[in-house]
Each structure stands twice: as structure tokens, then as C-alpha cells.
Design a protein around this ligand. Structure first.
Ligand SMILES: Cc1cc2nc3c(=O)[nH]c(=O)nc-3n(C[C@H](O)[C@H](O)[C@H](O)COP(=O)(O)O)c2cc1C
Length: 177
């Protein structure tokens, strides 16, 4: 049995793909946060969530709330997926920039919520396909693009599975197998 576990949440599947690539590199098991996996037999727990409206998705927060004492005794790594290009869009004013944490800060924040020993954190680019979004999400993003980015809603695909796999391998080198 693997000594490491990747626990993720994902609404439209991109974070699940990144989580799987990390788990492959780390030679870890993988579980959806909704399944509330038992973390007791794992040395390192890697947590992953996409960023929605500047926050983590509820299932990973729920998992953290329910497992805090166990996670506090483990080695922790955390990753997030996000729309990286929003943060370096030259059309953003300084004021709007301040509203957007960096990917690294989001990932570090997720690890900090556990109280465990943080090994490493990483932000990855995600993916957004306008046609896949439910009505509520499309409405939010159409507003965001129109009023803050001043352009029509457009999708992006920043997924880099090779980079995710490499990070998994790096984690394995750091904590051993
Ligand atoms: C409604 C909505 C809100 C989002 N909010 C943010 C955000 O605040 N910051 C950001 O960097 N990316 C944001 N994103 C981009 C997502 O983090 C990105 O598309 C991610 O890859 C989605 O993960 P999933 O496919 O696992 O659900 C948002 C996407 C949607 C659809």
C-alpha cells in the first residue's frame, strides 16, 4: 500500500487531472474529498482544490474541518489550480491586482488550514471551458470578464500534466517512499 495520499476536489475535472498526475509522480493513492478518505495510514497527505471566487471549493474545506486533528499530525503538501493569466493580465489595474492572491499564496493557505508540517505548496494553471459551465458559474464569469477584464468571456487551458507529475516526483524525493 502506498504511503502517500492525494485528496482533491474538482468541479469541472481539471483539478482531478492535475491530482492524478501528481499521484502518478508521487506513487500515491488518490481520493476525492467527498469520499472522506481515512488519512491515518499515510505519511504525506497532498491536498488540492481549484480556486473559485478567491476561495477553495467547499468539499476540501469540509474535509479539512472533519479531519483537522489527524492532518495536524501528518506531513502536508498542497496545490491549487487557478486562472493564472488573470494575475498577470496587463489590463488589470493595481487595485484589482490586490484582490487576487498569487497562486503560491492560495496553495500555502490551503496547507496552513491543516496545522500539519508543510512540505511544499504549488499553484498550477487550470482550465475553463465556457460551454461546460453551469448557468450560475457562467453568469459570474461573464460579469467578471465584462466589468473587470473588459472583454467577452473566453476559455483557457493552462493544464500542464508533466509539471504536475514532476512535482509529485519532487515530493517523493523529499519525503522518501
Ligand atoms: C465560477 C468560477 C470562478 C472562478 N474563480 C477564480 C478565481 O477567483 N481565481 C482564479 O484564479 N481562478 C478562478 N477560476 C478558474 C478556476 O480556478 C479554474 O478554471 C480551475 O481549473 C477549475 O477547476 P476544476 O475544473 O477542477 O473545477 C474560476 C472559475 C469559475 C468557473
Amino acid at each position: 500500500m502506498a504511503k502517500h495520499l492525494v485528496v482533491y476536489t474538482s468541479k469541472y475535472g481539471s483539478t482531478r487531472e492535475v491530482a492524478q498526475a501528481i499521484a502518478d509522480g508521487l506513487q500515491a493513492e488518490i481520493a476525492n474529498a467527498d469520499d472522506n478518505p481515512d488519512v491515518r495510514s499515510y505519511d504525506l497527505v497532498v491536498l488540492g482544490s481549484p480556486i473559485y471566487g478567491g476561495d477553495y471549493l467547499e468539499p476540501i474545506k469540509n474535509f479539512l474541518r472533519g479531519n483537522k486533528p489527524l492532518l495536524a499530525e501528518r506531513k502536508i503538501a498542497a496545490f491549487i489550480t487557478a486562472a493564472a493569466h488573470w494575475e498577470r493580465d496587463p489590463g488589470l489595474t493595481g487595485e484589482e491586482d490586490e484582490l487576487l492572491f498569487t497562486q503560491q499564496e492560495y496553495a500555502a493557505g490551503l496547507a496552513n488550514l491543516t496545522g500539519g508540517e508543510t512540505i511544499d505548496c504549488r499553484g498550477f494553471g487550470g482550465r475553463m471551458v465556457p460551454e461546460d459551465l453551469d448557468d450560475a458559474d457562467r453568469g459570474i464569469l461573464e460579469w467578471f470578464y465584462r466589468f473587470l477584464m473588459r472583454k467577452p468571456l473566453e476559455g483557457f487551458d493552462l493544464i500542464d500534466l508533466a509539471a504536475a507529475r514532476r512535482w509529485g516526483e519532487e515530493l517523493r524525493e523529499t519525503v522518501g517512499d
